[in-house]
Design a protein around this ligand. Structure first.
Ligand code: FE2
Ligand code: FE2
Length: 181
């Protein structure tokens, strides 16, 4: 089944996700800048990055918004979409690297892995911050040249599958715990 999705609505949805992600990154910076980061909070953040950013937010961009942009606004090669999906790949790798290092640190007691984890998480936070800025400032405004995109998936469908609401609740608890606005 192919559905039409209003571009202004999907962009609005994605920008709201960006706000949640940017707040989670403020928590992350606070956590990794303490002398003894709480492993449970680090674990929750990495799970949030995997579930909310990779499996939900990037899936909405890659399944719903981007394909029509490539077909109707800019051919893929060298396009802004090319850059964005390459950066999603980098984020996915950094999230996987982080969960492996978390395991080595928490389950294996490897302090070196704990230090490497902090470095990778800082890379991930910096990477996501600049990625979101490019989408908010450049890609999303230019995608508004189209009224609608077509996709086999809906925003609600992807969000349901990825437990979007549950993750917003869990990350908001952590955002409150760390006193982030
Ligand atoms: Fe993205
Ligand atoms: Fe995004």
């Amino acid at each position: 089944m192919v559905i039409r999705v209003n571009v202004a609505e999907v962009v609005d949805n994605l920008v709201k996700d960006h706000d949640v992600i940017l707040s989670s990154l403020k928590v992350l910076y606070k956590v990794i800048n303490t002398d003894r980061p709480d492993p449970n909070d680090v674990k929750l953040l990495i799970e949030f990055f995997d579930a909310f950013i990779d499996k939900c937010h990037h899936a909405k961009e890659e399944f719903i918004l981007f394909p029509t942009l490539n077909l109707r606004l800019f051919p893929f090669e060298g396009s802004p979409v090319y850059v964005m999906v390459s950066e999603h790949g980098i984020a996915r790798y950094l999230i996987r690297m982080s969960s492996e290092l978390l395991r080595a640190w928490v389950e294996g007691g490897d302090e070196g892995a704990g230090q490497a984890l902090i470095n990778y998480l800082r890379l991930l936070a910096d990477h996501l911050t600049q990625h979101i800025k490019k989408e908010n400032d450049v890609l999303f405004p230019s995608s508004l040249a189209l009224d609608y995109v077509v996709s086999s998936k809906s925003v609600n469908g992807i969000e349901r599958e990825a437990d979007h609401e549950g993750w917003v609740m869990r990350i908001n608890e952590l955002i409150r715990k760390y006193g982030i606005q």
